[in-house]
Design a protein. Structure first.
Length: 180
């Protein structure tokens, strides 16, 4: 007998769109192993019917955007062991040793603002699209010090590889019939 396909929620919060495109890319690859609902994070997103959750957000001021934080807060008390993955989309392109370290630090800061009870299987930080218009002086200085440049920092092979890791974990984890 074939197992029913896993129902996976890929939810995202974006200000300028780069996180949405990353979420779509991840969701597209997860469709190889699961039924995927791709939704903007928000209070109306239903959580009961999913077997697993991939939640991502743009990072603003070292934190997820409020709709993604709100979704994580709502999920925490009802997650009941269902697997969760987080991704963050930031102005840091994690390629390169110093920037990999910075990306880890930034992901850790972001995680401190999220419910500890969720215990994500992984939390990966990807570079997004950096626009300098509207960035305050301290932000520009930070970018300069971090040797970052504006523009599209998205590392699509890394995003695909991460999505495939999630897909592999989903495909090999047993469906918990009691979770839905
Ligand atoms: C107001 C503002 C604050 C930001 N704060 C941070 C930050 O604290 N850390 C960081 O790494 N990137 C920061 N960024 C860069 C964004 O995370 C990056 O541009 C990301 O790709 C935005 O995603 P989006 O296109 O989905 O909105 C900030 C960008 C803006 C506009």
């Amino acid at each position: 007998m074939t197992e029913p396909r896993r129902q996976v929620l890929v939810a995202f919060a974006t200000a300028s769109g780069s996180t949405r495109e990353i979420a779509e890319r991840i969701g597209g690859r997860l469709r190889a192993v699961a039924d995927v609902a791709m939704l903007p994070a928000g209070p109306g997103v239903e959580l009961d019917r999913f077997d697993a959750f991939v939640i991502g957000s743009a990072v603003h001021d070292m934190a997820w955007l409020p709709p993604a934080r709100g979704l994580a807060q709502r999920l925490a008390p009802v997650v009941r062991g269902r697997p969760v993955w987080f991704f963050s989309v930031a102005g840091i392109d994690p390629r390169g040793r110093t920037r990999t370290w910075m990306a880890h630090q930034e992901a850790a800061r972001v995680a401190r603002g999220l419910p500890g009870e969720l215990h994500p299987r992984d939390h990966r930080l990807f570079g997004g699209v950096v626009r300098m218009d509207g960035v305050p002086l301290w932000g520009r200085l930070f970018y300069r010090l971090a040797r970052q440049h504006p523009g599209d920092q998205r590392d699509w092979p890394a995003i695909d590889a991460w999505a495939d890791e999630v897909a592999g974990a989903l495909a090999s984890s047993p469906l918990d019939a009691g979770s839905r």
